[in-house]
Design a protein around this ligand. Structure first.
Ligand SMILES: Cc1cc2nc3c(=O)[nH]c(=O)nc-3n(C[C@H](O)[C@H](O)[C@H](O)COP(=O)(O)O)c2cc1C
Length: 323
């Protein structure tokens, strides 16, 4: 999620669930092919399984980037055909490409031919005046000819003309029935539902109709919900980790990144919601948000955050550990 997640967020989330797939924020392929490779291609081997998301419209450029991403070890390439940003209008990318399914097909085809890892597609129900299920079915029917077998569908359309990117995550109504129908009519495809999923009971209901569920904002804002995922969905038998355990697991990573010059705030800002909004945990949130963001903040600030978490997680305070 652009502006929110980064590789440090994915490392942190991986300490909460070993199995759930994580996705990078969208990046233009040019940034990889011609840009600062060291910056964009770096990730920790512990992040697996991890997908990298590309957004663009030039099949050759996308394929070149996909190859580089495969070479450094990403597990999946995801193509963004859902971002409603106005920047995607002139030289279309993201959701603007929904009007250009042949371009999407060509991009997917070129990437699929270039790599041996899965290339998946993330899209929306339609754009602007496109209201009917038929638009979605037509789009998927055509773009699947590229060989794409996994479609992640944000279950609302985008109003490209009139709504901001943010409004486009809230205002167009969710139509889960369209996504369910897509699975019924394209049983050979793996259909992943996204949009408005805020707890695992909802996810379980969706999984009666589709192959997977993608959670965005809730997973980021209340990351501790991820601690249940392995047990609930992947047959895990280990007890769910506690917040201080998760923070301890991140300690060697935090130390290594600090030694490399990564500011502490880049890592800890993703942890601020680990206790959700529990009032008792305000001391933790304050510590992360104030001390963790001071220039030069380092190991001792992180260790203090672990100590606060340990105090909060002692018996008798268990109510704030509940995801
Ligand atoms: C700050 C922010 C940035 C986002 N950036 C991306 C992105 O880079 N790529 C993408 O596919 N979706 C992006 N999204 C959309 C989410 O992935 C997701 O489709 C959307 O929020 C609906 O799912 P949710 O209700 O579970 O959050 C972003 C969402 C937010 C809030």
């Amino acid at each position: 999620m652009m502006g929110w997640t980064n590789r440090h967020a994915r490392y942190f989330h991986r300490q909460l669930t070993r199995n759930a797939m994580t996705y990078s924020e969208m990046l233009a392929p040019e940034a990889i092919v011609r840009g600062n490779k060291k910056r964009w291609l770096r990730f920790s081997p512990e992040e697996h399984p991890v997908a990298f998301q590309l957004g663009g419209n030039d099949p050759k450029m996308l394929a070149a980037a996909a190859k580089e991403l495969e070479q450094v070890g990403f597990d999946e390439i995801n193509f963004n055909v859902g971002c409603p940003s106005k920047k995607g209008k002139g030289n279309p990318f993201g959701a603007h490409l929904i009007r250009h399914p042949q371009v999407v097909k060509a991009c997917m085809q070129e990437m699929i031919e270039a790599v041996n890892i899965p290339v998946t597609l993330k899209t929306r129900l339609g754009v602007d005046e496109q209201e009917s299920y038929d638009h979605l079915a037509e789009f998927v029917g055509l773009t699947k000819e590229s060989g794409c077998r996994v479609f992640i569908v944000h279950a609302r359309k985008a109003w490209l003309d009139g709504l901001s990117t943010r409004q486009n995550r809230e205002i167009p109504p969710l139509r889960y029935d369209y996504v369910y129908r897509l699975k019924r009519e394209f049983p050979e495809l793996s259909i992943v539902l996204n949009g408005g999923v805020t707890d695992w009971d909802q996810a379980k209901l969706h999984l009666q109709h589709v192959d997977g569920v993608m959670m965005g904002r809730t997973a980021y804002k209340e990351p501790f919900c991820l601690a249940e995922v392995d047990r609930l969905f992947f047959g895990g038998s280990e007890p769910d980790p506690t917040p201080p355990e998760v923070m301890q697991r991140c300690l060697p990573y935090v130390e290594a990144e600090l030694a490399r010059g990564t500011p502490l705030r880049e890592m800890v800002r993703h942890m601020v919601g680990i206790y959700r909004a529990a009032p008792a945990a305000s001391v933790f949130r304050r510590h992360i948000s104030i001390e963790g963001h001071r220039p030069g903040a380092g190991r001792s600030v992180y260790l203090e955050a672990i100590h606060i978490a340990e105090r909060l997680s002692r018996p008798g305070r268990a109510e704030i550990d509940q995801p």
